[in-house]
Ligand binder design. Structure first.
Ligand SMILES: [Zn+2]
Length: 368
């Protein structure tokens, strides 16, 4: 870090497109209360922001960005930053007790300690324990809870915290971030629109040579539909296979993470990896979500295709539909409507093959 780097800005350098949230945390660090809840969807930057916030809370200068306290907090290795990872489906009694014990611990090096608890939205069953811990922490502890959302069970816990919301990262900010990482601008624009405001997803898409091709497959759909069920089924299969392909980089990353965790456990003399099931369960959840995100991004690209070109030539290579028929504005609007309905029903864990086939049949017959 060079001397002319704005010191406080450096704390939140890893947080992209979240000015309001970062401003709120900067202000809060000057006069902290005892508990904060940072909530936002995956890839919105809550975790990076929490580390920056912890640095501001632990640094004797309120977050200079360069001292030992700041640097270790940002790296997640400060002895007074305790990170409690929520990996299982619920916060166990033992873990809740551990939290109570941790909250009473005295800071080792800094004037206070920061207790960061991740994935609090999964800890619904432990809400009472969590509430008790958060309600009356010893003065030297600041809780920083991270959650993807605030389910009803956690509303009371949330009410005891200062809430800082992280909306999905705006596409323009994702795009600029990708360009800053060396991604070519047209590709960055496309990937940003496909990221759904999730920076982790944008990063993996940028590393994935197949991502643009997969989007192109979705965009090619209107031109390939011929109104037959056979064509709809064939395209649905191809689209689902591409979503499966999209999972490969994430699976590779997960395998690396698991390997690293196993290695670390072995170096500590553990037999096997403690919490292995929780880790792999979490990875599987992320993979399922990734797949859904991929399908949703594909449907969005498909909708954009209809929207962008109000004149779409339909007619497949089979020639069963005369080439040159056009879909006008009204039909494009109907197509977009059908696609958003399908995207909305993805949340209900449908049979994806049936969902896509039905959608494609309806899209294909819009013009019939
Ligand atoms: Zn500092």
């Amino acid at each position: 870090v060079s001397d002319d780097t704005p010191p406080v800005a450096a704390l939140f350098d890893a947080v992209v497109g979240q000015k309001a949230a970062v401003d709120a945390l900067r202000a809060a660090a000057r006069r902290p209360v005892h508990a904060y809840l940072l909530h936002g969807p995956p890839g919105s930057g809550t975790r990076a922001a929490a580390l920056g916030f912890a640095a501001a809370l632990l640094c004797p200068d309120g977050g200079c960005g360069t001292c030992r306290h700041c640097r270790r907090a940002l790296a997640g290795t400060h002895p007074d930053l305790v990170v409690v990872e929520r990996t299982g489906a619920s916060l166990g009694v033992d873990e809740a007790r551990r939290l109570v014990g941790l909250a009473q611990r005295r800071p080792l090096e800094a004037a206070r300690q920061v207790l960061m608890v991740t994935d609090v939205h999964l800890a619904t069953r432990a809400a009472p324990a969590l509430l008790k811990t958060v309600e009356e922490p010893p003065g030297a502890t600041v809780f920083v809870l991270l959650a993807e959302d605030v389910p009803p069970e956690l509303v009371t816990v949330a009410s005891r915290c200062v809430e800082v919301a992280f909306p999905p990262v705006p596409a323009t900010a994702v795009e600029a971030w990708l360009v800053g990482r060396g991604v070519e601008s047209e590709r960055a624009r496309l990937l940003a629109s496909s990221s759904g405001g999730n920076l982790d997803r944008a990063r993996l898409l940028a590393e994935d040579p197949g991502s643009v091709e997969r989007l192109a497959l979705w965009q090619s759909v209107p031109g390939r539909l011929d109104g037959t069920g056979a064509r709809a089924a064939e395209l649905a299969r191809a689209l689902l296979a591409s979503a499966e392909e999209a999972l490969e980089p994430l699976r590779a990353e997960h395998a690396r993470d698991l390997g690293a965790a196993e290695e670390e456990a072995a170096s500590l003399g553990e037999r096997g990896l403690p919490g292995r099931k929780e880790l792999t369960d979490r990875q599987h959840r992320e993979e399922r979500r990734w797949r859904t995100d991929e399908l949703r991004a594909g449907l969005a690209a498909l909708a954009r295709t209809y929207r962008d070109s109000l004149l779409v030539t339909v007619g497949g290579p089979t020639g069963s539909v005369p080439a040159g028929r056009t879909v006008g504005a009204e039909r494009a609007a109907r197509a977009v409507g059908l696609i958003s309905e399908a995207a909305a029903s993805l949340r209900r864990n449908p049979n994806e093959t049936l969902l896509l086939e039905a959608l494609l049949i309806r899209l294909g017959s819009l013009d019939a």
